[in-house]
Design a protein around this ligand. Structure first.
Ligand code: HEM
Length: 186
């Protein structure tokens, strides 16, 4: 994955636990990269190892780290670094979610070697939809949960996310039930 992902993990850890914790996590993960370059590709293994080491060093389940990382990704990495892209994708949570299937094609203009996930929306109502997440990378469903929670905070829209079909349990891909509180009529 592009270095910006590992940088974002670093940013999240340093923000909440300090630089000393980040150095311990890197050492535990066997990562001897001093500075991650945003535009450079790194093996996915590095990111997975960092998450596993963060879980051990901080004494938190990996799932908790990934959910926190999803929130951090939306509320810091994306909003602070790519505010224009985020704004262009929708003014409300449901609009943003409906545009999610096309979102990374724009990101690919900045990161041409991106290997993005695919998203599809089905069963759309005015307060819910099913979000299909199709990825060749295993184990990232909790990251998607955190992303949805981050978007809920970004749009100040209470949202609940439930994994209803899991690739880890034999489904073709992960499917989430996303339910939000509709905005009051203007
Ligand atoms: C402008 C904001 C964003 C940027 C710059 C961005 C960029 C990236 C990058 C660089 C990766 C790593 C893949 C690679 O390097 O090949 C990635 C992966 C991913 N992104 Fe985004 N992204 C953004 C917003 C979002 C949003 C809003 C969502 C969903 C709500 C999302 C969902 C994901 C997921 C789930 C992955 C994991 C990769 C996988 O499953 O294969 N991203 N993105």
């Amino acid at each position: 994955m592009y270095g910006m992902v590992n940088k974002a993990v670093e940013d999240m850890v340093c923000l909440h636990h300090g630089e000393a914790a980040w150095e311990r996590i890197k050492a535990r993960a066997g990562v001897d990269v001093a500075v991650f370059l945003s535009n450079e590709g790194y093996p996915d293994e590095i990111t997975y190892n960092l998450v596993a080491a963060a879980s051990e060093v901080l004494g938190l389940p990996e799932e908790t780290i990934l959910i926190g990382f999803g929130q951090h990704w939306v509320l810091h990495t994306a909003q602070e670094g790519y505010g224009g892209l985020m704004k262009a994708a929708g003014k409300t949570l449901p609009e943003f979610l409906r545009n999610l299937p096309n979102f990374h094609s724009r990101v690919s203009m900045i990161f041409p070697k991106l290997q993005p996930p695919r998203f599809q929306c089905t069963d759309v109502t005015d307060q819910s939809l099913k979000l299909h997440y199709i990825s060749h990378r295993p184990g990232l469903a909790p990251f998607v949960v955190g992303l949805m929670q981050g978007l809920g905070k970004m749009f100040r829209t209470p949202v609940t996310v439930r994994l209803v079909e899991a690739k880890a349990h034999g489904a073709d891909h992960d499917v989430f039930d996303v339910v939000w509180t509709p905005a009051p009529a203007a």
